[in-house]
Design a protein around this ligand. Structure first.
Ligand SMILES: C[S@@+](CC[C@H](N)C(=O)[O-])C[C@H]1O[C@@H](n2cnc3c(N)ncnc32)[C@H](O)[C@@H]1O
Length: 258
């Protein structure tokens, strides 16, 4: 049997690893890195290597890299394009398991934040096993998400009393009903989707770029007042280092006395 560990490593602060994640890393024989072209590739890989050097350097392990398949972002069929990408990614992982692992070994993925939040690897493993790979099993080690890092840095609760909280994407904010946004965390926003809600008079934003890293920037306030500043900050960060990862909480102020 070959065992795969999906290990959450937090959103960029090497101190935000759990003890369980460190213990799991120290049992891994081969770490898999899927190299992606584009945003922040080098620094994300560098961060993983740094973590390994810090926590697992006193024991032997191997690193095996595979090319992460590209997703067709121009396709009109969004769901179809994602499905196709998912299948190709599952195949890359299956090939790595076949060529880089011996029976009885443990393979590991160091996954950004938590493996269950906007990361496809967990589903890739389910797909692979559903395809008939009965020689493979896997375990998940949770990590601190960027959502937790964001709320901690802004010192806000994720939910207000008795209220639900939505976690969504920039794409949904761009196309959805602005009136339906009352308390939402937004991730994966490459086009400043918050600007669409900047005319909502009662909306606050708690924004964080590269939270927990040395490049962290935090901005909070009434959305209409700070949207422009956030956009400028994103542009500056992109100009300086090519990319920024940002997450934000959009929260409609409760009516006075309500
Ligand atoms: C593919 S998702 C992965 C999320 C990750 N699994 C987690 O649990 O945080 C990538 C998105 O997470 C958010 N993100 C990840 N790290 C971040 C950080 N350090 N600061 C702000 N946002 C971050 C951004 O919205 C980015 O587009």
């Amino acid at each position: 049997m070959k065992t795969i560990y999906l290990i959450g490593i937090g959103p960029g602060d090497p101190d935000a690893l759990t003890l369980a994640a460190i213990k799991a890393m120290r049992r891994v024989d081969v770490f898999f890195v899927l190299e992606k072209e584009g945003e922040g590739k080098d620094s994300l890989i560098r961060f993983r290597r740094e973590i390994l050097e810090r926590h697992a350097s006193d024991r032997p392990y191997r690193i095996a890299t595979g090319a992460s398949p590209k997703r067709d972002r121009e396709s009109a069929d969004y769901a179809g394009a994602v499905e196709d990408w998912r299948k190709r990614r599952t195949q890359v992982i299956a090939d790595l398991i076949d060529t880089e692992m011996a029976d009885g070994e443990i393979g590991g993925f160091l996954l950004w934040g938590d493996p269950a939040l906007y990361d496809g690897t967990l589903q890739n493993l389910h797909d692979l096993i559903a395809d008939g790979r009965d020689d493979v099993t896997f375990e998940v080690f949770p990590g601190i998400t960027c959502v937790q890092a964001l709320t901690a840095r802004h010192k806000v609760t994720l939910n207000r009393v008795g209220e639900s909280i939505t976690i969504t994407t920039g794409r949904q904010i761009e196309t959805g009903d602005p009136a339906a946004v009352t308390n939402s965390v937004v991730m994966l926003d490459s086009r400043d989707a918050f600007r669409r809600l900047a005319d909502q008079p009662d909306m606050d934003i708690f924004w964080g770029g590269d939270v927990g890293t040395p490049d962290e920037v935090l901005i909070a306030g009434p959305l209409g007042d700070v949207a422009e500043r956030i956009s400028r900050t994103i542009q500056d960060q992109r100009a300086r280092k090519g990319w920024v990862m940002d997450t934000y909480l959009l929260r409609r102020r409760a009516p006075k006395g309500g």
